[in-house]
Structure formats: structure tokens, C-alpha cells
Ligand binder design. Structure first.
Ligand code: PPS
Ligand code: ADP
Length: 197
């Protein structure tokens, strides 16, 4: 990028985080529609907030009302969607926050790009490994029904691919685990990695 010079700020990322008495990180929830990304990310957000941590939750549907409202669901638009969310997640982490981002993020290469924006150990990929059948049975927004009827094009898992993570930091199957069990296992992971106390 020519003629644009990076400025190093005097107050560093570490300074901001230490003021908050926490370590910044990004929990990246990926999975099919209906796999439980929003439900678990919200429940973890509440649990961390109640323990006094400063968090921020970025969620697919909400971000697509503003920052990404010009984007649809073609492969190219999904790539750009995840690129923007990755950069925004990094800004929030640079501000010292524990960030929770919940997006289908179907492509391995895009998730890797976000991972590479973060220092080692601070990007935590949470794969919502809930079977497609369960997601389709739940169909909380009626979108699978529309996709099967051909009313929605490029629907993930039906007419658009989902590349499952091979080595996620955390794997959760919400067809076999309750919301409380999922939250407990994420809290335990964060404790074990000394990201929270
Ligand atoms: N074609 C198609 N495919 C998948 N999902 C669709 C589609 N059209 C609309 N929706 C709704 O948009 C939500 C997914 O947005 P994301 O930004 O997470 O998608 S992506 O990461 O860019 O693939 C997704 O939200 P979740 O159900 O929470 O996953 C859907 O409600
Ligand atoms: N153990 C569970 N964990 C998460 N969600 C569950 C669970 N059991 C049932 N559900 C339901 O499944 C749906 C998951 O939807 P949502 O969280 O919006 O998924 P996504 O954000 O991946 O599209 C919700 O209606 C939720 O109440």
C-alpha cells in the first residue's frame, strides 16, 4: 500500500488490556445456520460479563444490518464479509476486549486469514459441530424450508458448501450438549489457557 504509513500508538494493546485486568482474545464461532453459534456465544457473553470481563459480541445477522449490509451470500461476498469481521474483531481485541464472533464462515481459507491476524493462542476456533439434520429440524428462522423449496439461493449446507474445521481449538455438538455444558467447556478452556482467571 503506497503512501500510507503505519502509526504505532503510545498506549499499546497490552496497556489497554492490563487496565482491564484481562487478556484479549477472539472466540470465533463457526458452523451451519441453526448449529447454535448465536445461542452459545450469547450465553458465554453473559457468563463472562457476570464475572466482570469486558467482552463484545459480533453476530452474523446483526453485522449484516450495518457494516456488511452491501454483501449477499455469493462466495465472493462471504469472503469479504469474513475479511471485514476479522479486521473489526482485531480492533476490538486491540482495545483489550474478549471478542466473541459468530459467523457461518464456511471457508477454511477465510478463517485462516482471521487466525493469522492474531498472536498465537489468542484466536480460538469454536466449531459448532451440530449435524445438519439437527440444524434442519430446528430451522429456527424457517430458512432451511425456504432453501429446500428453492426460495433461497446458495444456502449453506444445502446449495452452498461448508468446510468443517479440521483442528478447531474447541468442538461443540449442541445435539449432544446443553447450553450450560457448552458454556462450561468454553469457560474451562479459557481458564486452562490462562486467558481468564
Ligand atoms: N444463503 C444463505 N446462507 C446462509 N445463511 C443465510 C443465507 N441467507 C440468509 N442467511 C442468514 O444469514 C446468516 C449468516 O450470515 P453470516 O454472515 O454468518 O454468513 S457467512 O459467514 O458470510 O457465510 C444466517 O444466520 P445464522 O442462522 O445465525 O447462521 C442466516 O440467518
Ligand atoms: N444445546 C443447545 N445449544 C444451542 N442451541 C440449542 C441447543 N438446544 C436447542 N437449541 C436451539 O437451537 C437453535 C440454535 O439457533 P442459533 O443459536 O440461532 O444458531 P446459529 O446462530 O448457529 O444459526 C436455537 O433455537 C436454540 O434454542
Amino acid at each position: 500500500m503506497s503512501n500510507i504509513v503505519w502509526h504505532n500508538h503510545k498506549v499499546t494493546r497490552a496497556d489497554r488490556a492490563s487496565n482491564k485486568n484481562q487478556k484479549p482474545c477472539l472466540l470465533w464461532f463457526t458452523g451451519l445456520s441453526g448449529s447454535g453459534k448465536s445461542t452459545i456465544a450469547n450465553a458465554l457473553d453473559v457468563a463472562l460479563h457476570e464475572r466482570g470481563y469486558h467482552t463484545f459480541l459480533l453476530d452474523g445477522d446483526n453485522v449484516r444490518h450495518g457494516l456488511c449490509k452491501d454483501l449477499g451470500f455469493s462466495d465472493d461476498d462471504r469472503v469479504e464479509n469474513i475479511r471485514r469481521i476479522g479486521e473489526v474483531s482485531k480492533l476490538f481485541a486491540d482495545a483489550g476486549l474478549i471478542v466473541l464472533s459468530a459467523f457461518i464462515s464456511p471457508f477454511t481459507s477465510d478463517r485462516r486469514l482471521v487466525r493469522n491476524l492474531f498472536p498465537a493462542g489468542e484466536f480460538i476456533e469454536v466449531f459448532m459441530d451440530t449435524p445438519l439434520d439437527t440444524c434442519e429440524d430446528r430451522d429456527p428462522k424457517g430458512l432451511y424450508q425456504k432453501a429446500r423449496a428453492g426460495e433461497i439461493k446458495h444456502f449453506t449446507g444445502i446449495t452452498s458448501p461448508y468446510e468443517a474445521p479440521e483442528r478447531p481449538e474447541v468442538r461443540l455438538d449442541t445435539s449432544a450438549m446443553t447450553v450450560e455444558q457448552c458454556v462450561e467447556s468454553l469457560i474451562e478452556y479459557l481458564r486452562h489457557r490462562e486467558l481468564i482467571k
